[in-house]
Design a protein around this ligand. Structure first.
Ligand SMILES: Cc1ncc(COP(=O)(O)O)c(C=O)c1O
Length: 453
């Protein structure tokens, strides 16, 4: 039996407001701390690298924040994105579960990243900024920001994690095609890069240090972050808001909402609007965050204040962390190679609202390939982790004989990740684990800061 496959909204149904989860979070939000004084940050501390409108969003306790009309106009290029019912996958898995996926791969960059890149480009242009600097892991964020900078007439300078720079030459070419400049990180252009020359594979933490240094050193340049911060998660909530309407069209409500977590933004995007409904309407929805076993921040990290970058230029944030100078092994989901996660997402994991699971990369590629063979879309290696979690939940529904509704975020396609698929087919992918020794070393290097309960 099959029925409707795609649930589509019209352009005038693009959400008008972003969902701010902060006022619905249990307890008082923990403030970010100044990296030098370890005192709570004020807006003026962030002003050298962010426009005031984004700083205000970062600290806002308004439940809904209006999306500027000019941003909604640009979002129309690919939004609303489709929600699919995965009938063929359900049959392949022989599961009574109903599986739905939101597909963000239809955006210009091929992932969810332009949802915030466009908003950040807009607010920076409004603030009179000339150039944005940033990091990129898989190249998705760099492509997204270069696209947004092109739209708003800004220059874009990207520090790309060394291992991804080597693995993904066409992502580099996309950034350059959109008018951006790309450097292999660690580079010799910044003090931070020169200090990290001993880690030639690079990491998101190192690339962030380089990009922040560039922005802090020039009046007309700001920094843009592709994940982790509150305003980035906020901009991604258009995903979940559209899903709420599309699930209504399908006549269903998710029992489980699943997504992968690198810094937390795509998962926040799909999950936060449903988490708000869970809190307000006492719904029993479960939330599962999927991460790589080789960089298991949520499942094995310490809940502590830590820097967002490797060198220690950024504020200290309360999060699950593997230590700011942890350099994850070069596995193929480059967007998930980050030592920490969004503070709001970590707070929800700490409260038990979100469950976290870690998966090795070969098992995720195996699930991604089976998904592609059923549904025709080749997933990016990052959401392949979410697909692995979906397979496990679909199997559980089968064992228990229950008709559960599972929704997940297929946050990007893998068209520029075919080297990773090639390595899998050739039997060359290894499962790189995070050892106890790695963990102990990481914890020794956590900065001194107030302890978290
Ligand atoms: C396709 C894709 N998915 C997921 C992520 C992880 O980031 P986040 O957890 O912020 O969504 C990235 C980051 O680069 C990405 O490119």
């Amino acid at each position: 039996m099959s029925g409707q496959v795609k649930y589509l909204l019209s352009e005038d149904e693009i959400p008008t407001h972003w969902v701010n989860i902060v006022p619905d979070l249990p307890g008082e939000p923990l403030p970010p701390l100044h990296p030098g004084t370890k005192e709570p940050l004020g807006p003026e501390d962030l002003a050298p690298i962010f426009p005031m409108a984004l700083i205000e969003q970062e600290v806002s306790t308004e439940p809904d924040i209006e999306i500027p009309e000019e941003v909604r106009e640009v979002l129309k290029l690919w939004r609303p994105t489709p929600l699919y019912r995965a009938w063929r996958l359900e049959r392949h898995l022989d599961t009574p579960a109903h599986i739905y996926y939101k597909y963000e791969g239809v955006s210009p960059a091929g992932s969810h990243k332009p949802n915030t890149a466009v908003a950040q480009g807009y607010y920076n242009r409004e603030a009179g900024i000339r150039k944005l600097s940033t990091e990129t892991g898989a190249g998705q964020w760099g492509s997204a920001l270069a696209f947004a900078c092109q739209i708003f007439g800004l220059e874009c300078e990207v520090f790309m994690v060394g291992v991804s720079y080597d693995q993904k030459p066409y992502r580099r070419a996309i950034i350059e095609t959109s008018g951006g400049t790309v450097h292999r990180s660690p580079s010799d252009l910044t003090e931070a890069g020169r200090a990290q020359a001993g880690h030639p594979t690079g990491s998101l933490g190192i690339a962030i240090s380089e990009a922040v240094e560039i922005a802090a050193g020039a009046e007309d340049t700001n920094y843009a972050l592709g994940s982790v911060l509150g305003h980035v998660c906020l901009h991604q909530t258009v995903i979940g808001e559209e899903c709420i309407r599309q699930m209504e069209m399908a006549g269903e409500y998710p029992d489980i909402v699943i997504g992968c977590v690198g810094g937390g933004s795509n998962y926040a995007g799909i999950a936060y609007p449903f988490i708000r409904e869970k809190f307000r309407d006492s719904r029993p929805t479960r939330f599962i965050a999927a991460e790589p076993a080789a960089c298991p921040t949520l499942t094995r990290g310490e809940y502590s204040y830590d820097f967002g970058d490797t060198v220690g230029l950024t504020p200290l944030m309360p999060m699950y962390t593997l230590g700011h100078d942890f350099v994850p092994p070069p596995f193929h989901a480059g967007g998930l190679r980050y030592h920490g996660d969004s503070p709001t997402l970590c707070a929800l994991v700490k409260e038990g609202v979100i469950e976290a699971r870690a998966f090795p990369q070969t098992a995720t590629f195996e699930a991604a390939i089976r998904f592609a063979q059923c549904e025709g879309i080749i997933p990016a290696p990052e959401p392949a982790h979410a697909i692995r979690a979906v397979f496990d939940e679909a199997e559980k529904a089968k064992q228990e004989g229950v008709e559960r509704t599972i929704l997940f975020n297929l946050c990007g396609h893998g068209h520029f990740d075919m080297g990773a698929y090639e390595a899998y087919h050739a039997g060359k992918l290894e499962d790189l684990e995070f050892s106890e020794a790695d963990m102990e070393q990481a914890l020794e290097r956590l900065p001194e800061a107030p302890a978290l309960a």
